[in-house]
Design a binder for this molecule. Structure first.
Ligand SMILES: *[C@@H]1O[C@H](CO)[C@@H](O)[C@H](O)[C@H]1NC(C)=O
Length: 346
């Protein structure tokens, strides 16, 4: 965390920036994979994690200037390894000309001149850059934004958007597949099976409060204290999204107050706001559960401290900013002299 004062920014712009973060956390990647091994860290191309038993059990950073090659699971020389989190970093190290995807903007691509500089090209209206074919293709989805982007090549993982289906990861790209009629993909074993693991779950929250996309609850939609009554704004639609009452990022889709709720999760970097039934910047809604979930942040503001305290996510410990800059600005991850205007500060 840096000590200097915050840059001036309109609250709305800050929140937009924060909620644009996309992709998957290392925890989410591990949860979809039955295997054991390395995954890349989507926030830092030199860093890696280690999955075992569908959990993130270790993490670290490559030595020296080495870049982590997620598809091979090794630390490799920067001049021949694409930094998937920074096109500029790749071009700085590249010793021969190459095209690279811009991780912050899929409608453009970078060209490394092989001498350390980068220039940008535009894919035009409706176009997105596909790193695998080194060409612009028709959008809107960014071909690089798959759970396989930071995972090993030649493995099968669960499809996070489609419980019971799998993706085959090859060189950072995921090709979807299904198990065939009557069969579902089991994330734990990595095999197709007859028992449906997606709709066979009960409400008990069996595995330490962990949810899987597609989990169901027969009671959650009836709970009127759970933002159900407070989110009537979806004109003409009878469905609602309600909190899972356990995590900051999970919600249930309720077709009606009597329906069985189906669990899903907000995009990485966002939290579920049950008062409007939407995924928002974590700073825009004071979620009462573990605020470190679904964000790749080292620190998160502690609720009820008027933004003067923060939680250290890795340890669960607490801390505060120096007296000179007493307020913690979660969006910019700095201590500031003036209190940020976020909802979590009130
Ligand atoms: C993304 O790149 C395109 C093409 O260079 C540019 O027109 C657009 O403004 C960029 N978008 C953002 C959000 O930077």
């Amino acid at each position: 965390m840096k000590g200097f004062d915050t840059r001036i920014c309109a609250l709305v712009a800050c929140l937009l920036l924060a909620s644009q973060a996309s992709g998957y956390t290392m925890e989410q990647m591990c949860a979809q994979w039955s295997g054991t091994g390395y995954v890349g860290n989507p926030t830092n191309c030199r860093a890696w994690g280690y999955c075992q038993g569908q959990k993130l059990v270790g993490w670290g950073t490559c030595p020296d200037d080495y870049i982590f090659n997620s598809q091979k699971g090794i630390c490799d020389y920067p001049y021949r390894t694409v930094c998937a989190t920074s096109a500029v970093q790749t071009c700085t190290a590249a010793t021969s000309p190459m095209y690279v995807a811009d991780p912050s903007n899929c409608t453009q691509y970078g060209y490394c001149d092989g001498k350390g500089s980068i220039s940008y090209g535009d894919c035009g209206v409706g176009g997105v850059y596909s790193a695998s074919s080194r060409s612009c293709v028709w959008g809107p989805a960014c071909p690089q934004s798959t759970i396989c982007q930071f995972m090993l090549s030649d493995i099968y993982v669960g499809d996070p958007d489609n419980c019971g289906s799998w993706l085959s990861c090859n060189n950072g790209y995921g090709t979807p597949g299904t198990c065939g009629s009557g069969l579902t993909y089991n994330l734990v074993t990595g095999n197709c099976q007859k028992t449906n693991t997606c709709n066979g779950n009960t409400d008990s929250g069996s595995s330490n409060g962990q949810f899987t996309v597609g989990d169901t609850s027969s009671t959650i939609c009836k709970d009127k204290t759970n933002g159900y009554e407070a989110a009537p704004a979806l004109t003409g639609k009878s469905y609602r999204f309600v909190s899972d009452l356990t995590t900051c990022y999970g919600f249930y889709y309720c077709e009606s107050a009597t329906a069985v709720g189906v669990w899903n999760q907000c995009p990485t970097g966002t939290h579920f706001d049950p008062t409007i039934g939407k995924c928002v910047s974590p700073a825009a809604y004071a979620c009462p559960y573990n605020r470190c979930g679904n964000v790749n942040s080292v620190f998160m503001t502690r609720l009820g401290t008027s933004c003067e305290g923060y939680t250290v996510c890795a340890s669960g410990g607490i801390g505060s900013c120096p007296t000179k800059n007493p307020y913690y600005d979660e969006v910019y991850d700095i201590c500031t002299a003036t209190a940020p205007g976020f909802a979590i500060c009130s």
